[in-house]
Design a binder for this molecule. Sequence first.
Ligand code: AMP
Length: 480
Amino acid sequence: MTEKCGVVGVSLEDRDAARPLYYSLYALQHRGQESAGIVTHDGFQQHSHVEMGLVGDAFGEGDVESLNGPVGIGHVRYPTAGSVNSCCAQPFSVSFKSGSLGLSHNGNLVNAEEIRDELAGLGHAFTSDGDTEVIAHDLARNLLEEDLVRAVKRTMERIHGSYSLTIMHDDTVLGVRDPQGNRPLCIGELDDGYILASESAAIDTLDGELVRDVEPGELIVLRSDGTGFDSYQLFDEDNTAHCFFEHVYFARPDSVIDEELVYEVRRELGRELWAESGVESDVVMPVPDSGRSFASGYAEAATDDGSDVEFAEGLMKNRYVGRTFIMPTQDERERAVRLKLNPIKSTVEGKSVTIIDDSIVRGTTSNQLVQLLKDVGAEEVHVRIGAPPIIAPCYMGIDMASRDELIAAGKSTDEIREKINADSLSYLSIDAVASALQSSRSDLCLGCVTGEYPYDIEGEATDREVTRPEISTESTIADD
Ligand code: AMP
């Protein structure tokens, strides 16, 4: 079970948090379309509304009004192939002896099963099979013995994997990023309070100011009167494991993640793509929407180099077609690409065309597009991809299909080119990705393009020294 989602938390001076939470979930809708939810606290009790569907469908006007209290957390959940699972909709909320807890999780733990088994052995009853409930139970247990910060630290010592969490304990909202900072999380200042969100676009939507990213291993506690926040750097690892695919595909281009504006990174990736494998053609066109910033960087670098390639929007997207990627059968996915994208014949006919996309996963989109463009008269179709070949699954929170479905697993670029029937195909190198992100390879999670992960995943290789935390019910926290 992977949790590929958007999370948010808000603490305000004396206004209900539900509406800002609702708007920020709208801003994070691209991170999850299966379910949406908000849990608030009014100083006495929690109020919760969690529904399946898009934010606009999950909440009616009365639902937002009924969520009282100046603090709260929210969540949008990403769907998994073929399954719509209401038991895993979030935020997860529960009342324990140690107080009420709400949890929103983006990421994926690699040792959730071990912790679940151990807690179940101690009498904890679970209502879902998701990671989030495991974290909630562990934290609730620690809260019986420790203060809030120590309890979170103790839970972080036990859980291993990727997580960006917003947590509400009674009327205090917290944000936590795993020690390697795999998934994003940032802090924003509003006129009358503070917000934690997966992406800064949510802060912009509320006319707030991005303060900064939450650091890997950092715990942020928003003061419940909305006047500020406190920071606790609980873990300090030598290396980070930021997910490069957030910048390539998942995040909004107008978000700033780990101090980089996603749009600028994508344009730089496009420029690098031209530098590494630019091909002369009559037109360059993006595969909308994800290929746009890459294609504009690519075309700009081409023009700087003296090429007279024309930049054109030659593929139109039907904006009412939802996500096709997760459709269960290949036949449906192929039909859906055709529903989603249509070429403008006059920009293509009789021309050599380069199409730019951010990634190839199963190959459905590029295969269909090359055929479509040839059907409407393109003389040559070249494909340029702004990421390296995806050869392995993602265990850290992004749906990448299984290894046997990945077109690049075990194939050379020329074999893939032949499969998608393109005249030429090039991907971007891993070094170019690291350079565009102004990072070193050892500070990125590159598992899906190298097959080596920064976490200890059963049956997979790792690219660094990692140790799984011991599962122990004893307190391991040092006095500090
Ligand atoms: P495919 O058609 O299977 O090769 O998938 C590639 C297309 O899906 C590209 O246009 C990407 O923009 C998009 N894409 C890549 N990764 C994902 C993902 N994890 N979820 C949804 N769409 C994706």
